[in-house]
Write a protein that binds this ligand. Structure first.
Ligand code: SF4
Length: 359
């Protein structure tokens, strides 16, 4: 039966639902707190509701919560969770304990349609979007499992999927988590990472609740970017950076530009100089990500000396730069390594490499 799902409701929607049941509105806030603060999803255990109300809710609503099907712990403390969704599909989320705050890396889609040539998730293709409740549900469960519901933590939307390709569900999930009766998440604690879908980026810029923005650039020419991120073919770097220049930033805020370094492909001195020129005048910081190699990814990680040289060149060009420390590589939880085994393996990476060798 298609019962209303508590996990998919923002607080005002839950208030409307309890009103239709003839229940006082403050009951909605109590239920919301049980869901988000206490990590409970069984109505039977919501002990400050009357027995009669609990019995009624048990027959008139449901609550879908992703189930932890498997978890792994890295030697560096990173933990990877495999979540099973209501239809049996699975996604991965990662907990990084000291970054310096605690961080949850969350998925927004099963697979991804963007086909980035250096990313295992991209090889899966898109299976489906996650619902808002499934995105927020990963956070609810992680906060409960890690006993962090009353502590501050960060969220990065950098797991499986392109958040702006699943715009409505992603933004609804963030509103659900931001409610004071939920986890009280503030925009400063959330970073949305995107390949930069320009229409969605403009939509995000007009929101009242705007997370930190991280844009995956990865190349300094349209030609190379279109090869590494095939779905970016419909847009030019120039237009993407123009949209970034118009993105609303508060005092001292910066857009992070992510740049995965691929040996001999985009890590040359000329690339670093071009990148500094492209970002000139933008409140930007560059996060360099030396490739996390994985079977099936036909690119290599540059040497540390090459990474340092690239970073130094950017710094000389006046760009704030950091190099991302790889976390959880031994359990394949590092950037670009999330994949659910058994999915379709269209080798986007191999196609990208073939295009580069033809060029
Ligand atoms: S890097 Fe991100 S956007 Fe690109 S394929 Fe992987 S998950 Fe999708």
């Amino acid at each position: 039966m298609n019962l209303p799902d508590l996990a998919e409701l923002e607080l005002p929607e839950l208030e409307s639902l309890v009103a239709t049941l003839g229940v006082e509105p403050f009951r909605a806030r109590q239920i919301y707190r049980w869901l988000y603060r206490r990590g409970l999803d069984g109505v039977a255990d919501m002990t400050n509701l009357s027995v009669a109300l609990r019995q009624r809710l048990q027959t008139e609503v449901r609550c879908s919560t992703p189930r932890v099907a498997h978890q792994e712990r890295s030697t560096d403390g990173t933990r990877k969770f495999l979540f099973e969704l209501r239809d049996g599909k699975t996604v991965e989320s990662v907990f990084i304990p000291d970054t310096p705050a605690m961080t949850f890396c969350i998925s927004t889609q099963v697979g991804c349609a963007m086909q980035c040539g250096f990313c295992l998730t991209g090889q899966m293709g898109l299976s489906r979007h996650l619902s808002a409740g499934e995105v927020a549900g990963q956070v609810r469960v992680l906060a409960r499992e890690l006993d962090l519901s009353e502590r501050k933590f960060n969220i990065v939307l950098m797991g499986m999927g392109e958040p702006l390709h699943n715009y409505d569900a992603t933004m609804k999930a963030l509103r659900m988590l931001a409610a004071p009766e939920g986890l009280g998440l503030t925009p400063r604690r959330v970073t949305l990472s995107t390949v930069g879908l320009i229409p969605a980026l403009k939509r995000l810029a007009a929101e009242s609740w705007v997370p930190n923005l991280a844009v995956s650039l990865h190349a300094t020419t349209d030609e190379l970017r279109h090869t590494l991120i095939p779905t970016s073919r419909t847009q030019r770097l120039e237009d993407l950076l123009a949209a970034c220049r118009q993105f609303p930033l508060k005092h001292r805020e910066r857009i992070t530009f992510e740049y995965v370094l691929l040996d001999g492909v985009n890590d040359l001195d000329a690339d670093a100089r071009r990148l500094a020129r492209l970002l000139a005048g933008l409140p930007a910081k560059v996060n360099l990500i030396p490739l996390n190699p994985a079977p099936g990814i036909p690119f290599a990680r540059p040497s540390d000396a090459r990474v340092d040289r690239f970073a130094a060149s950017l710094a000389r060009g006046g760009i704030r730069v950091s190099v991302r420390k790889s976390r959880g590589q031994d359990i394949r939880a590092a950037c670009g390594q999330l994949i659910v085994e058994g999915g379709p393996r269209e080798s986007a990476g191999q196609r990208a490499a073939a295009r580069l060798s033809e060029a």
